[in-house]
Design a protein. Sequence first.
Length: 163
Amino acid sequence: MHTLVLAKAEVNDEGAKILASYLLENKGLRNLDLRCNRVGEVGAASLASLLVKGSDIETLDLSSNRVRDEGAAAFATALSENRTLRCLNLKNNSIGDRGLSAMAGALPSAFVLEKLYVWGNSFAQPSSRSFLEYVGAGEVRKENVGLDIKPYVVDDTVFIAQL
């Protein structure tokens, strides 16, 4: 099995923890779709830990869950150690400034990650500035992770636009 779709399956933190423990044994899974569930910070941390422990997952969709700051911080830590994840979708997860800043800070060392989706979370000036620093002042470098957002500046205030 290469793809597992559990979208809208009412997966919560406990379910995500159990799933993560089973997926340690499944080295063939490449795509995990957990969008539109109830995965919170604890479940997200379990899935992030799975990425560090040697999972072969290339695409992880956690859009429209409850990942929040702690879950995003766990993924930020995992990104520098993971060698397989190419696409991470964290859209609409009630992630605040702290979690978004952690994600932006982790991107320079996320060597394998190609796409990160974070639109629909709570950007404030610190996280907006962190993403602006990552992409450079309007000039996207070739080695950058593809984002679904674009930071821009108006009157020294950073805003985030959806791409």
